[in-house]
Design a protein around this ligand. Structure first.
Ligand SMILES: Nc1nc2c(c(=O)[nH]1)N[C@H]1C(S)=C(S)[C@@H](COP(=O)(O)O)O[C@H]1N2
Ligand SMILES: [Mo]
Length: 546
């Protein structure tokens, strides 16, 4: 078969096109990941997915074969499989379009799903894999065009007129041919220039490698800060807290009373998690104060640090939602620093600012009363995780995070509500955000079925800095019945509750929950959305008893 006979020509060059395109795409994906979601780079997420999916015997075999190099071996393995699939996609696209593209797209979807299904993944996690697949498809289209089928032999006759024209115009033979060819004519029968094609393919691979290296270099700062963080031993707390044994009901499916860091919700405006080296960190307290203060990391750690337990909640948490978590924090009271700075009498707000420009407006009096409003450095026994504000964040009991919990905090400006406004207030949210009395059903989940007779209902309730006096459940439209409360850690934390539903009869039932505040407030059933100051309404689930 001559080289210029059509799309079925050979499989080597199309395979090369496939491999080069996918290498290019993966490289671009790695670069994009460095910006938007470092933990979601295409190679890493597919690797993690395979580790999770691998049956135990495969893991054992990999560890036996490669020892501690098992992860590296896995990445190499994924790379080889990817290359084989890429080559096949190139051949497929050359012979049976668009099936090669379908294969490339499917690999992208697998990467995106793997990224999105990781614990704590944000919506951004799908971006690197999606971009990788699109870049690979574009490159494949481009490269296969360079392998486009040659024109039919009859166009060869056109060539005979060439020398004369070229001689007439004095232009080079090639360019005169180009300009003399009407756009509808078939291209010149030059066949495929292998060298040129390989040049383009090599270029695609080189660009991909460059992009991947760029991504790696971009994350150098984050890696350095991770190393610094891991080397930190936080000072012993001047005062510690113990979580009472009765605070944890230990019911399957019920949120643990202290949320592990890896499961703690994450909300912020940061496209890339700020990498802040504690050695470079300092906090400036200024504005309407008698004395400006600057505090370094070493100075902060030298102060007596206290443990406190506070439940953080997001104003965007829908009724029944998961944007809430409870942790044991280690930090220094902001009250003490403010006392040192001496706010002027007309100040009523502290505008905290993060290193990346986020701001929160916190009422001054909330930071001055006796609650555990702190500059936190520790979360559940370790330095703050990078995504939760390392090295220093604010934690303020009783207020939604958007007006209080500034992560990567570097600046506190003592000011007035009528003189300054915060990030979310400028975007239509309330300037103040006390957390509303609320409750949630964790067990059973919506639509879950239970056996008739006795079923366990359980969940959490919270009204930070007020406290929970009781929780009640309602089945269908029956009477409100008292649930049993776990021991509260303090008024600033959520409380677990359970209710033994003794007379669960066969059929579909609606279970509703409401909390009673320590101040006598009864959680309202009136539904309100999260904008501008937090949702209200009762959480309910439908339970199938059968
Ligand atoms: N720097 C910074 N801090 C921030 C935010 C942010 O966008 N940037 N978001 C706030 C919001 S809206 C909430 S609910 C909490 C969430 O804290 P977490 O991610 O540790 O759960 O952080 C607050 N602190
Ligand atoms: Mo939030």
């Amino acid at each position: 078969m001559p080289e210029t006979s059509g799309p079925a020509r050979g499989w080597v060059l199309p395979a090369v096109a496939g491999v080069a395109s996918v290498a290019f795409g993966v490289g671009v994906g790695q670069l994009v990941a460095a910006f938007v979601a470092p933990a979601s780079s295409p190679l890493v997420v597919v690797g993690s997915l395979l580790i999770d999916l691998a049956p135990p015997w495969a893991k054992d075999a990999a560890i036996a074969l490669f020892g501690t190099g098992d992860k590296a071996a896995l990445l190499v393995g994924i790379g080889l499989v990817l290359l084989a699939v890429a080559g096949a996609a190139g051949v497929l696209e050359a012979r049976r379009p668009p099936w090669g593209m379908v294969v490339v797209g499917a690999v992208g979807v697998v990467g995106a799903v793997a990224a999105a299904s990781r614990a704590n993944a944000s919506m951004l996690a799908i971006v690197p894999s999606a971009v990788a697949a699109i870049a690979a498809m574009l490159a494949l289209t481009f490269l296969l065009r360079r392998l486009a089928p040659a024109p039919a032999p009859d166009t060869l006759s056109r060539r005979t007129i060439e020398p004369t024209r070229a001689a007439e115009t004095g232009a080079s033979r090639e360019s005169s041919f180009d300009s003399a060819t009407p756009p509808t004519a078939t291209p010149p029968p030059t066949g495929v220039d292998r060298r040129r094609f390989l040049g383009w393919a090599g270029g695609a691979v080189a660009l991909g490698a460059l992009a991947a290296l760029g991504g790696y270099a971009l994350q150098a700062g984050a890696r350095a800060v991770t190393a610094v963080r891991e080397a930190i031993t936080l000072p012993k707390a001047a005062s510690t807290v113990t979580v009472p044994a009765g605070a944890e009901l230990g019911i399957d499916g019920l949120a643990p009373v202290v949320t592990p860091n890896a499961e703690f919700y994450r909300i912020d405006t940061a496209l890339a998690v700020p990498a802040v080296d504690p050695a470079d960190w300092s906090l400036r307290i200024h504005g309407l104060v008698d004395r400006e203060i600057t505090l370094t990391w070493d100075e902060l750690l030298a102060l007596p640090l206290d443990e406190s337990v506070t439940t953080l909640a997001c104003v965007s948490n829908e009724v029944g939602g998961g944007l809430i978590g409870n942790a044991v924090w280690l930090g220094y009271p902001i009250r003490e620093l403010l006392a040192e700075a001496g706010p002027s009498a007309d100040a009523d707000m502290v505008l905290s600012r993060s290193i990346d420009g986020f701001t929160a407006s916190t009422p001054l009096e909330v930071l001055q009363d006796d609650r555990d409003a702190i500059l936190a450095v520790g979360m559940n026994g370790e330095p703050l995780p990078a995504e939760h504000g390392f090295p220093v964040r604010m934690v303020v009991p009783g207020l939604y995070g958007y007006v209080s919990a500034t992560k990567w905090v570097v600046d506190l400006e003592v000011t007035r509500f009528d003189a300054a406004s915060a990030y979310w207030t400028d975007r239509g949210w309330s300037e103040r955000g006390p957390i509303k009395l609320s409750s949630r059903i964790d067990v059973p989940r919506q639509g879950q079925s239970v056996s008739p007779g006795s079923a366990m209902l359980a969940g959490v309730a919270w009204h930070q800095h007020v406290g929970i006096a009781g929780v009640q459940v309602q089945i269908d439209d029956g009477e409100w019945r008292d649930a049993e409360l776990a021991t509260a850690i303090n008024d600033d934390t959520w409380v677990q509750w359970k209710y033994e539903w003794a007379d669960a009869s066969a059929g579909s039932h609606t279970v509703r929950v409401r909390a009673l505040g320590a101040d006598g407030e009864v959680q309202t059933a009136k539904r309100q959305g999260v904008v501008p100051d937090g949702a209200t309404g009762l959480d309910e689930v439908t339970v199938e008893v059968r």
